[in-house]
Ligand binder design. Structure first.
Ligand SMILES: [Zn+2]
Length: 330
């Protein structure tokens, strides 16, 4: 595990953070807010490493002291992470109670104590209420770092007790340069990958390194086949069983956005899904505006209910959307 923070888009923010630390102006609690996939978690981890390091230098943890060694081994007793036990699960009240017990009963190693809780929107009402108690009085030299990709979903009482730092997606040239280096990709490829990831470079990297790009390709090829009646909506929905549902909705929404933009601007060039130019051109030319907006609304509703952790009938949901897609140009 690297100790330092390597994302160029965080440079000035990090410098400011280091200043705040050395000036002794750290609050009890920070809320790092902003879209997923831009490195907020690494920012929090590095901040933890920095505060725990016994000999930080040049605004970075040294990477060599006993504390840094413990951090590298993942066994520093004063660095505590709280996250849901599985994807889509809430952070439970028992987890927060355990944290409180730990903070009250364990002696510190003589320095700071850092708690990173992520994502904060996974707190349910009872765990959020339990957390309020320590947000008010976390104890001496203790920093709580809450990370949120959707700060609007947090209880206002949680938000108001934290000093909020807002993170935006980085400037595209910075993100593209970073992606090209990190993945060894030509600029044009990085540019498209970044667009698919809505400008979030770490999400782009993860999409590329996982099998998400294969899944996307499977969906897009399937959509083209669907328009040519080479496959039925239910057959395609079955084929896509391994695809992540939220990703599928995201990609469908992105295709429709391209179509809407192409129709409005009378352009034949999709902004994001350039690899699907021909299919999108056909849909933009023949597609009914009303049906496109209806499908787009439906996707948005399904995304919201998925985020609220409702368990949909995936085959049925995909099949309905795919039918809507094939009906766009009929
Ligand atoms: Zn160190």
């Amino acid at each position: 595990m690297s100790q330092a923070l390597h994302y160029p888009w965080f440079e000035s923010r990090w410098a400011h953070m280091v200043e705040q630390c050395s000036g002794g102006r750290l609050p009890h609690a920070l809320l790092l807010a902003g879209p997923a996939g831009i490195g907020k978690q690494d920012f929090a981890t590095t901040l933890g490493n920095y505060l725990l390091c016994q000999a930080p230098a040049n605004g970075q943890p040294c990477g060599r002291c006993h504390s840094c060694e413990l951090r590298q081994a993942g066994s520093h007793p004063d660095f505590i992470q709280v996250s849901p036990e599985g994807p889509g699960k809430p952070i439970k009240v028992d987890q927060v109670r355990e944290l409180i017990d730990h903070l009250h009963s364990t002696a510190q190693q003589g320095g700071y104590r850092v708690v990173v809780l992520e994502p904060a929107e996974s707190l349910n009402t009872s765990s959020a209420n339990a957390l309020l108690k320590i947000l008010e009085e976390p104890g001496e030299d203790t920093l709580l770092v809450l990370i949120s990709h959707q700060p609007g979903q947090l209880m206002p009482t949680i938000r108001s007790r934290c000093q909020r730092i807002d993170f935006a997606v980085p400037p595209a040239p910075d993100a593209i340069a970073w992606l090209s280096t990190a993945l060894g990709l030509p600029q044009e490829k990085s540019e498209q990958l970044l667009a698919i990831a809505h400008g979030a470079p770490l999400r782009a990297r993860d999409l590329y390194q996982g099998d998400a790009m294969d899944q996307r390709k499977q969906l897009l090829t399937g959509l083209a086949d669907l328009l040519r009646d080479r496959v039925s909506a239910s057959e395609l929905a079955t084929k896509l069983t391994k695809c992540d549902l939220l990703n599928c909705l995201d990609w469908l929404a992105s295709l429709l956005n391209d179509v809407i933009r192409m129709q409005m601007t009378h352009s034949d060039q999709p902004r994001v899904n350039r690899d699907m130019k021909r299919m999108l051109e056909a849909v933009a030319k023949q597609g009914s505006r009303v049906k496109i907006f209806q499908m787009s609304d439906r996707i948005q509703e399904e995304r919201v209910s998925l985020m609220l952790r409702q368990n949909p009938n995936r085959q049925l949901l995909l099949e309905t959307l795919l039918q809507q897609w094939s009906a766009l140009i009929r």
